[in-house]
Ligand binder design. Structure first.
Ligand code: NAP
Length: 272
């Protein structure tokens, strides 16, 4: 039997187990997906234990995504993002990947939204913002990062440029959205705004019909940003698509097989 899983703290409400187990059922695989909640300072022991027990792969979530980087051999993308969300134990040391990047890219592709030549605005410069900005800077014409804490946006833009000198990337505070969003093709909310309260980081008046809007927030599934974007005629992509495709990319890394995307999507959405 193959064993995959998730380490984080807490992981009780994670949607990854039903999503991955649906894939195993669909492909008739002898596999299980288990959640683990190590103490916050125990990540190194947790990874060594997983390797010793023959666990095949682990997803990694808050608060371990950055810490895990030091204990695995990260690929270039994970090293640039500075966070690992997928560990493959088939090698020693285990390899670390960041499939949030693939999650963003494939969510846009699935909705027929072209990235090449696009001007993108990323709101947020935390963990999700880093993965989104680094991914879109590679795929798009230009990226603007807007964040409440301006210094964090500037630091992220500098990191993007350091890893990709050809990237066109700018940064500013949330007050720069007024200039950038009206001219943009893509908008991603990578802040947590909209999760706890019915709020949006982007004023509705800036949204327009030529925009594709992805909200990384997936609980609730329809955020105020997506609601106002739909009212403005924009293409909307909810956060469950990003979550789905990061899981799809992890499954494909671990198994080398095409993921049963429909079954994984059904399992995810039935729980949202
Ligand atoms: P994080 O590292 O803690 O970053 C939080 C971000 O939100 C920062 O940019 C922060 O700005 C901003 N922020 C928080 N409160 C704000 C407010 N009141 N006004 C304006 N900006 C505010 O969190 P994260 O890991 O990047 O996660 C961000 C969101 O993405 C969460 O909702 C998470 O669930 C979601 N996410 C979704 C997926 C997916 O697969 N769909 C994957 C990863 C994350 P400052 O820098 O100024 O504090």
């Amino acid at each position: 039997m193959h064993v995959y899983g998730l380490i984080g703290n807490p992981v009780g409400h994670s949607l990854s187990p039903p999503m991955h187990e649906a894939a195993y059922r669909e492909l008739d695989m002898d596999a299980r997906y288990v959640t683990f909640e190590p103490a916050p300072d125990d990540v190194a022991r947790a990874l060594a234990g997983a390797a010793a027990l023959g666990i095949d792969g682990l997803n990694v979530t808050i608060p371990f995504k950055q810490d895990v980087l030091e204990h695995v051999d990260p690929d270039d993308l994970a090293a640039r993002i500075g966070a690992v969300n997928t560990v493959d134990f088939s090698t020693s040391p285990p390899r670390g990947y960041n499939t949030d990047a693939a999650g963003v890219r494939r969510a846009f592709e699935h909705h027929g939204v072209p990235l090449a030549g696009a001007e993108a605005v990323v709101v947020g410069a935390g963990g999700a913002g880093r993965a989104v900005a680094i991914t879109l800077a590679e795929a798009c014409e230009a990226v603007h990062v807007a964040n409440r804490t301006v210094e964090r946006a500037a630091e992220l833009a500098a990191d993007v440029r350091a890893g990709d000198p050809d990237a066109t990337v700018t940064a500013g505070g949330l007050d720069t959205l007024g200039d950038r969003v009206p001219a943009a093709d893509l908008l991603v909310n990578a802040t947590s705004v909209g999760m706890e309260e019915d709020a949006t980081p982007v004023p509705a008046a800036l949204l327009h019909a030529d925009l594709a809007v992805l909200d990384a927030v997936y609980s609730p599934i329809e955020t105020r940003l997506l609601r106002t974007a739909a009212e403005a005629g924009a293409t909307t992509i909810d956060g469950a698509w990003m979550l789905l495709f990061q899981g799809v990319a992890a499954f494909e890394r671990w198994t080398g097989r095409d993921a049963p995307v429909g079954a994984m999507n059904d399992a995810l959405r039935s729980r949202l």
